[in-house]
Structure formats: structure tokens, C-alpha cells
Design a protein around this ligand. Structure first.
Ligand code: DGL
Length: 253
């Protein structure tokens, strides 16, 4: 069977997830769609995100996909039931995969920090999933300002660290062991996040990346995914050339 996967994100951020999947050659064809005209999703109402997600699904169905991955954490946190209802193929989000990735490395008393958009954090899905597995020390903080920082490619440490100081001022006395990067954009500032928390925890610090997490999850859950080629096409609801340029840059690094 040939697998044709649709990867959907609110914008360019999901390219971090597409990169992991593309490089692993898990699917014969990848159709990436970024809703760049309407990004960000993470500060919008659930009902709006669901409506946008269903429209993206309709667009992707034109390519006769037989698998859908919602790379966007915000979409994964609220639109999965609706997307599954409207699809006759597998629809997979990134949150369960992220929780499983934490479970593989974390001890029950580790301090786990989850960062993401307002929608993702408000959905409580990461927090509930981890609590069910016995994790006690869970801190969840919405950090929406980090999304435009990445979109604008402002990778200046001073600016990023100022934002961290603002969001994480109450964590000064806590040694964070795991940071769940609960937003597609955050792997692009993973080095800064690592550096910021490493100073406080010199023993160990692990970051959970949605792209790596979903890859492990897919390999375990769908052992039939063994294609021989991996082709990728990019689409966007606005300025597709810009998304293609970013994809060329990010996918090569
Ligand atoms: N892609 C979104 C996510 O992973 C972040 C950007 C947005 O707010 O749309 O939650």
C-alpha cells in the first residue's frame, strides 16, 4: 500500500514535525499544508480552530491522502475528534505522542514544564495525560509570545531570554527536569530553552520535541509504515513561496 500523508499546521511551525517525518521516509508522499493566512491559531477560540481545521482537511482530501497528522499542538488539543469524524483514514495528533515520549524518560517525581499556546495549555490534555501516568510535579505555562519570535526569525538570545524571564519568573527556585515543547515553533529555539533551564539544573534536562515524539509514536503504532521513497509538496493559504523558502532552509539543516 502507498501511504500519502497530509501534515497540517497553522503555519510554518509544523515544518519542524514534517522534517522528522520526511527524513525518516515513513510515507511515500507528504502533502504539507500551512494555514499561513490565519496563523496564529493558538490564541483563537476552540470553535474557530475546529472550523479552520475542517477546512484544511477538505483541502487535503483533494490530494487523496490516506493519513493525516496534525502537527499543530493547538489543533491537536481541540480539533481531533471532529477531524476523525470527517475522515475515513487515520488522524493522529502530537499530544499523545508527546506524553508517551515523556513517559519513556521521566521519573514520577521529575519536575515537568509544559509550554505551548493558550489553547494547548487551556485544553489541559498534556497535564491530564501526564497526571494519569502518575507524574506529580507538572507546571504548564502558556508562552504565546514565542510564536511570533520564531515566525519573524528573531533568534537574538537577549530578546528571547527577556521573554523567558517574563514567563518563567516564578520558576527561579525550581530545577526543571523535562520541558515539553508543546508548540511546533519551539524546537527552533530549543538551544535557548536548554541553555536557560540548564543553568538551573546541571544534573540533567530533557526537551520533548513534537517531531521526534510523533516519529517514535508512528513507528510503534503503525509497523506497516515502510515506504521506499519520501516526496514532499508544500501548500499554504497565503504566500506559499515564503513557506517553500523556509521549508528549503529548515529541512536542509
Ligand atoms: N502551530 C501552533 C502550535 O503548535 C503554534 C502557532 C499558532 O498559534 O498557530 O500550537
Amino acid at each position: 500500500m502507498t501511504y500519502k500523508v497530509g501534515i497540517f499546521d497553522s503555519g510554518v511551525g509544523g515544518l519542524t514535525v514534517a522534517k522528522s517525518i520526511y527524513q525518516a521516509k515513513l510515507f511515500d508522499e507528504i502533502i504539507y499544508f500551512g494555514d499561513t493566512a490565519r496563523v496564529p491559531y493558538g490564541s483563537k477560540n476552540e470553535s474557530t480552530i475546529i472550523r479552520y481545521s475542517l477546512e484544511a482537511l477538505e483541502f487535503l482530501k483533494n490530494f487523496e491522502i490516506n493519513f493525516l497528522i496534525t502537527a499543530c499542538n493547538s489543533v491537536s488539543s481541540c480539533a481531533l475528534p471532529d477531524l476523525k469524524r470527517e475522515s475515513n483514514f487515520e488522524v493522529v495528533g502530537v499530544i499523545d505522542a508527546g506524553i508517551k515520549a515523556v513517559q519513556k524518560i521521566a521519573k514520577v517525581d521529575d519536575n515537568i514544564l509544559i509550554i505551548g499556546t493558550k489553547t494547548t495549555i487551556k485544553s489541559n490534555l498534556y497535564q491530564i495525560g501526564l497526571k494519569k501516568l502518575g507524574y506529580k510535579n507538572i507546571i504548564a505555562i502558556p508562552t504565546p509570545l514565542l510564536v511570533p519570535i520564531v515566525e519573524e526569525e528573531i533568534f537574538e538570545e537577549k530578546i528571547i531570554f527577556d521573554i523567558f524571564e517574563y514567563y518563567f519568573k516564578n520558576l527561579k527556585k525550581i530545577d526543571i527536569d523535562i520541558v515539553v515543547l508543546g508548540c511546533t515553533h519551539f524546537p527552533l529555539i530549543a538551544d535557548e530553552i536548554y541553555k536557560f533551564f540548564y543553568r538551573k539544573n546541571e544534573k540533567k534536562l530533557n526537551l520533548i520535541h513534537s517531531g521526534d515524539a510523533i516519529l517514535e509514536y508512528l513507528i510503534e503504532k503503525y509497523p506497516n509504515l515502510k515506504p521506499s521513497k519520501s516526496e514532499i509538496e508544500f501548500f499554504a493559504s497565503e504566500n506559499p513561496q515564503n513557506l517553500k523558502n523556509i521549508a528549503l532552509k529548515w529541512l536542509q539543516n
